[in-house]
Design a protein around this ligand. Structure first.
Ligand code: B16
Ligand code: MG
Length: 216
């Protein structure tokens, strides 16, 4: 019997990847690196600085910037990204998310967020669901990003449960790998690319039966 649900944010609760893409594409244009939608797939679930490193490597510019310059580039991208987030409303929740959270809350099954995004609390506030989460892992406290399981282990700790007592939801391969690496049950939310190693996959949360998931 499972005792808690742990959610990734971007691609599971809402689709912020399109805003990350616009902000990285525009920053890339400024420094002469083309960021297209296909390459953007590789940035899903990856932290801000790791995303910048991947973009620089993609453009053969990995040695062109000092750490201070990279911090400034990442901050510039984030300022643009946060501007784009201002338009978020509860309408931007992905299908079935509100209903799933309401059902979990009604059953007193606690939910947590395990997102690489430092903007997660602000995004959840804009979406009107922040109060439905008992915990949000602070990614600034992590030593390693996904696919390391650390973020999922911390999320389970926030809920006072063991990783194997939780169900984790992810849209990125790095996230599925992290969930499985700590013995958690993994639900993969598909958006095009296949997800390897997930215990169950769906295209949206409307397809899921919460009582069946709790029995896993
Ligand atoms: P921020 P997730 C991830 O969210 C995004 O998928 C990834 O593209 C982004 O770089 C990362 O958050 C960090 O976000 O710049 O807001 O701190 O999928 O882990 O919810
Ligand atoms: Mg994601």
């Amino acid at each position: 019997m499972k005792k808690g649900f742990i959610f990734d944010l971007d691609g599971v609760i809402t689709d912020t990847a399109k805003y990350h893409f616009i902000a990285w594409r525009d920053l890339g244009a400024e420094i002469g690196v083309a960021v297209d939608l296909k390459f953007n797939e590789q940035l899903k679930g990856i932290s801000r600085m790791d995303s910048l490193d991947r973009i620089l490597a993609h453009g053969g510019k990995e040695n062109d910037f000092t750490m201070d310059q990279k911090e400034a580039l990442a901050a510039k991208k984030n300022t643009h990204y946060v501007e784009l987030l201002q338009s978020l409303t509860p309408q931007d929740l992905l299908p079935g998310v509100k209903e799933f959270l309401d059902a979990a809350n009604a059953k007193q099954i606690p939910c947590a967020i395990a997102s690489a995004s430092k903007n997660a609390p602000f995004i959840l506030e804009k979406l009107g669901v922040k109060d439905q989460f008992a915990g949000i892992v602070d990614p600034a406290t992590l030593h390693k990003g996904k696919p390391d399981p650390e973020i999922f282990v911390k999320a389970a700790e926030l809920l006072n449960i063991k990783p194997e007592e939780a169900v984790g939801f992810e849209d990125a391969q790095a996230g599925i790998d992290g969930i499985k690496a700590c013995g958690m049950y993994a639900v993969g939310v598909l958006s095009g690319e296949p997800l390897h190693g997930a215990d169950l996959t769906c295209h949206e949360l409307t397809e899921l039966n919460i009582d069946e998931l709790l029995q896993k």
